[in-house]
Design a protein around this ligand. Structure first.
Ligand SMILES: *[C@@H]1O[C@H](CO)[C@@H](O)[C@H](O)[C@H]1NC(C)=O
Ligand SMILES: *[C@@H]1O[C@H](CO)[C@@H](O)[C@H](O)[C@H]1NC(C)=O
Length: 422
């Protein structure tokens, strides 16, 4: 099987086998109008408008965040896992399908709308990069493989995707996406229960890149994932918070598919540690945060040493995550345990004063058994080798903006339960 080793998304790791669709919590009517106060003084702002999607989901127990996307005419809703660690968007497809988890009537049905192999959108997603298209009749086959070894194979199709813009207009651009008719999931993890994946990466085939090429939004995507579940996602740049966010460059070495930044050093309780020179990937498709084994071991040692003399003992019987602790009685929420743990932070050394603050709630969960577990994991143990992945748990309660126009990533603490006011 062809493996695109540069595709990083832990989308289906540690998932539980159920999905629940929460009611949409934002109505289109209260979507904000333009807020032009950008922190980029040079912002050209060629595009007046953005698109905002309500987000459902949580880190625990669900393990992922989704948006509902309308596709087709008449449109049908698909719940898609939002994944800044990959760029191709795909939906489970009735072609017929192997490895689909949705009932047949909820699958996407292609209708003579296959993208040709020779189409320029096909090159970035083709099975093999040195494939030569045999002619205009050949369809565009794609395959994506994720870091947890799950994969989707299918054909690229083009269909209407109705979108409500923040300026009030509804447009129906024709957008290419994957129609996935052969999904594989590896190991003991359950298959994802979403209808597909919304790839937010930087590649040419992403929905964002296509909207940008059509002149509909600027090449900017952002998300605000709430620690209480839900949140919102946006395409375009008119929701940039006017102040408070810090920016750091996307590494030029970064794959087209995802967003790397760094180098960063780890602070424990605001003090420097031995963990330095980390390149990290911001990956909303990963539930938890992963570090290479050296950094991971250092963090575990720091946390465990600091717990000495505190009333927490290891809860080895809790299977939720590799390292858990219990208290005298079961914990109900993170509020019960915050005082036992110190804040972590990543300091991005190339830019002054750029910190990604990781308070206890950005690296711990409280399980259904009432224990507290470390949501930072050893990437080596899942085959990530030296990659460091900042997952949902550490991106919560922040507005995170991936600005492909300026090649910057920015973030600021935010209340993600509400859409930002203009
Ligand atoms: C994925 O496959 C690679 C290579 O076969 C292996 O090293 C790695 O452990 C696998 N990862 C998972 C999460 O199964
Ligand atoms: C709203 O924004 C869209 C996308 O940028 C644009 O195509 C449309 O013309 C705008 N509508 C109005 C009324 O300005």
């Amino acid at each position: 099987m062809h493996v695109k080793s540069n595709q990083i998304a832990l989308t289906v790791l540690f998932f539980l086998a159920f999905s629940s669709l929460f009611p949409l919590s934002f109505s289109a009517a209260n979507q904000p109008r333009n807020s032009k106060k950008s922190t980029h003084p040079t912002s050209a702002n060629r595009f007046a408008s953005s698109i905002v999607f309500p987000v459902q989901g949580n880190v625990y127990p669900l393990g992922y965040y989704t948006v509902s996307l309308n596709i087709g005419y008449p449109p049908k809703l698909y719940d898609l896992d939002i994944d800044s660690g990959s760029d191709l968007t795909w939906v489970q497809c009735d072609a017929p399908c192997r490895g689909c988890t949705k009932p047949r009537d909820q699958l996407y049905k292609p209708n003579n709308n296959v993208v040709q192999c020779v189409d320029q959108l096909c090159a970035p997603v083709r099975l093999s990069t040195n494939h030569h298209c045999s002619g205009p009749d050949e369809q565009c086959d794609y395959e994506v493989e994720y870091a947890d070894n799950g994969s989707s194979l299918g054909v690229l199709v083009k269909d209407y995707i109705p979108l409500q813009f923040t300026n009030g207009s509804v447009l129906r651009p024709r957008i290419a996406f994957g129609c996935g008719y052969d999904q594989k999931f590896s190991g003991p993890t359950s298959p994802p229960s979403t209808a597909g994946v919304l790839g937010l990466g930087r590649g040419k085939a992403s929905i964002l890149s296509q909207l940008h090429s059509l002149g509909l939004t600027s090449n900017v995507v952002g998300h605000c994932l709430s620690g209480r579940g839900g949140g919102f996602l946006f395409f375009g740049d008119d929701l940039n918070p006017s102040s408070g966010n810090v920016w750091t460059p996307i590494l030029p070495s970064s794959s087209e598919k995802h967003y790397s930044l760094g180098p960063a050093e780890l602070l424990f309780n605001a003090k420097p540690t031995t963990v330095q020179g980390l390149e990290v990937i911001f990956d909303s498709g990963s539930s938890y945060t992963y570090f290479n084994s050296k950094a991971y071991q250092a963090i575990v040692d720091l946390v465990i040493n600091d717990l000495k003399g505190k009333k927490l003992t290891r809860a080895t019987e809790d299977p939720s995550l590799p390292i858990c602790w219990k208290g005298a009685k079961p914990f109900k929420s993170l509020r019960d345990v915050n005082s036992y743990f110190k804040p972590l932070a990543l300091s991005f050394t190339k830019t002054r004063n750029v910190l990604l603050q990781l308070p206890p709630e950005a690296y711990l969960i409280v399980t259904k058994h009432g224990n507290v577990c470390l949501g930072i994991l050893n990437g080596d143990e899942v085959g990530l080798e030296d990659l460091n992945i900042i997952g949902d748990i550490s991106l919560q309660d922040k507005m995170v903006i991936y600005d492909n126009e300026k090649q910057l990533i920015g973030w600021v603490s935010a209340n993600c339960d509400r859409l930002p006011k203009s």
